[in-house]
Design a protein around this ligand. Structure first.
Ligand SMILES: Nc1nc2c(ncn2[C@@H]2O[C@H](COP(=O)(O)OP(=O)(O)OP(=O)(O)O)[C@@H](O)[C@H]2O)c(=O)[nH]1
Ligand SMILES: [Mg+2]
Length: 441
């Protein structure tokens, strides 16, 4: 996500932070480069203009230029202005007090409506709600089957019926009331272009079922086209919020950075992959940090809380800092990390990681599987006390795991190094954390 924009911005920032003093001309030069980077990221020119002007009006004042760390002050301003462009505050979907809350997803063909419905259903189930997915796309023959398959996969109910979309939606709401569902999510048909037929159908469903929220689903990879689609929809069928899909394939970020300003509608969710758990609530401030390469620790912690057992995590932390961490614990940790999603997406949220592209590239899923296989080929004694692993044992472990002795050596070396690093970190925990942050904002 945003890889190319992030690396451009980081280059610009490293220039201005490497100097102690900043002159007005330096800030202006940096702003010109920021402007170019945004335009190349396919951000709408009106948004680019507004953003650079507001940064400029705040960044060239005496207070900033004469401050102790002017470069960092400028980055802070860019961060705040980016947050503002992305929508300022988080806009969530609140469930009404009188169930069921009805959501209706609309959007062009292939934008990701059906798959996002399953992701939303899972998201709300995790929060303790009981969602009913409704297959009201009778336009494309396989659409109903697609939603049913997703429902089976998640073990969640999907409402289908052989009638017209409007009747399907109405009967689904009746069913929700009787069956104790507190959330109804309606899938609708997409078209290649915005056409009268689609709009009439959507307007009809809206008039009849009065959804609490109409969410427009757009494909982030289509950049400014997504913005144009959203603007046309806004004119014909007012919607309450946006869902940006396929953010995992969007290196530039043009749609995400323009769409809120250009439509006035908040981005409520983003999706970052094909799996049903690849949905995130959109937080403008966290997204701004991610774009600037400062990571998104809060989302990472939330994801970890969702997928890990809190008691286990606390035990692990104690062991880590007491240096009692064994290879068994490492194996457990790998399982937890894997549950958090694709490893490259987990790494993406860590501050400063894109400054170390080699690390991000080195850690791939295959390598994790290899490490797991090596650990599984060890005896209990070896896992608890890896010092005993000498050359004959190494050969046996390599054979057992289908790897080479050099792979075993590498894992052991990394394990001992990490253990040492962590125990030093433990001793200097507070001192080190501040220094390791990429920017002291
Ligand atoms: N990589 C990636 N693929 C996605 C994401 N969201 C959706 N897709 C894929 O995009 C394709 C289209 O998604 P659908 O959910 O069928 O789109 P739709 O809007 O329902 O399409 P129609 O029903 O034809 O209007 C599918 O292959 C999805 O797996 C995402 O966040 N990342
Ligand atoms: Mg669909």
């Amino acid at each position: 996500m945003f890889e190319s924009l992030t690396s451009r911005l980081q280059n610009i920032f490293s220039k201005i932070t490497s100097r102690g003093l900043l002159k007005e001309a330096d800030v202006e030069a940096a702003l010109r480069e920021i402007r170019l980077a945004l335009l190349e990221a396919d951000v709408n020119y009106k948004v680019v203009k507004e953003l650079t002007e507001s940064i400029k009006s705040r960044a060239v004042g005496q207070d900033i230029l004469e401050s102790l760390k002017p470069g960092e002050q400028v980055i802070k301003i860019v961060n705040e202005e980016l947050t503002s462009i992305l929508g300022k505050t988080t806009s969530t979907v609140e469930l009404g007090s009188k169930p069921p809350t009805v959501l209706m997803l609309v959007g062009l063909q292939g934008s990701g409506k059906t798959s996002t419905i399953a992701k939303l259903a899972l998201h709300f189930r995790k929060k303790g709600n009981k969602p009913l997915m409704v297959a009201a796309d009778t336009y494309r023959p396989a659409a109903i089957e697609q939603l049913k398959t997703l429902g089976n996969e998640l073990n969640m109910e999907v409402f289908t019926s052989d009638t017209k979309p409007l009747d399907i939606a109405k009967s689904a709401i009746d069913k929700a009331k009787k069956g104790g569902f507190d959330l109804v999510i309606i899938d609708t048909a997409g078209r290649l272009h915005i056409d009268k037929e689609m709009m009439n159908e959507l307007v009809e469903i809206r008039g009849s079922v009065k959804p609490h929220n109409i969410l427009l689903v757009v494909d982030a990879m289509t950049g400014q086209d997504a913005v144009n689609v959203a603007q046309s929809f806004k004119e014909k069928l007012d919607f309450d919020g946006l869902i940006l899909t396929k953010m995992d394939g969007d290196a530039r970020g043009g749609a995400a950075l323009s769409i809120n300003k250009m439509t006035g509608a908040p981005i409520k969710f983003i999706t970052t992959g094909e799996k049903t758990d690849a949905l995130e609530v959109f937080h403008p401030d966290r997204m701004a940090s991610r774009i600037l390469g400062m990571g998104d620790i809060l989302s990472l912690i939330e994801k970890a809380q969702e997928t890990t057992d809190a008691k286990k995590a606390a035990e692990m932390e104690k062991k880590l800092f007491k240096a009692q961490f064994t290879l068994d614990d490492l194996f457990d940790q790998l399982q937890q990390v894997k549950k958090m999603g694709p490893i490259n997406q987990v790494l993406e949220k860590m501050p400063g990681i894109n400054k170390m592209p080699n690390i991000a590239k080195q850690v791939d899923e295959k390598q994790l599987t290899r490490i797991e296989a090596i650990i599984q080929s060890m005896t209990k004694e070896e896992r608890n006390n890896p010092q005993v692993i000498k050359s004959s044992r190494k050969k046996r472990i390599a054979n057992g795991s289908g790897t080479n002795v050099s792979d075993v050596n590498q894992l052991l070396k990394q394990f001992f190094q990490t253990k040492k690093l962590i125990s030093t970190l433990g001793k200097n925990k507070n001192k080190l954390i501040g220094k390791n942050m990429p920017f002291n904002i």
